[in-house]
Ligand binder design. Sequence first.
Ligand SMILES: [Zn+2]
Length: 202
Amino acid sequence: MPKEEPRRTCIGCRESLEKSKLLRFVLAPDGTVVPDLMNKLPGRGAYTCMKASCISKASERNQFSRAFKSQVPVTDPKELQAWVIRSMEERIASYLALANKAGKVISGSDLVAEMLKKNTPVKKLMLLAADISEDIGNKLRGLADLHGVGHMTLFTKDYFGELLGKGLRSVVVVQSDGFVNTMNTEIIRYRNFLRGEGCTYE
Ligand SMILES: [Zn+2]
């Protein structure tokens, strides 16, 4: 039997869930509420579901002050949500940069198209820039679906280039069981948050 994961209650909807399915917030030294996506910051934590609506409920009902047992400045839920989204994006970006350093990333639409057609046993994940041309994007998504490669559209060509230390890149593929597993968890969480589905891992 795997050890049971500790549960926490969402201060927005009061539902109790495993810690890993919740967002942790801590109080920064300046007394403001900050998200702690890595679950590493010291101090008391307050938890919400990974849903924008639960963050809103928590701020509107002043639940952060209650959870931290101190009067925290009123937090704009929109600002907090934007911060969570930014932190999630930063995590995906940092894994991509790490995978690239480890030599596990290929980029550019021609190389990627070739790669997608090859059936290798290593897991792959394709990330497409939001500003990729529609034709190329659709062609690559079709290829990825055909070959069972997961994909997501995020960031821009410019940002991919920056992360990889190259010029503009409209598409990248990560090939590595380890990196792809980790990045998939991050991406599912991010996608759920954007879609407002929250809570569950697919
Ligand atoms: Zn909730």
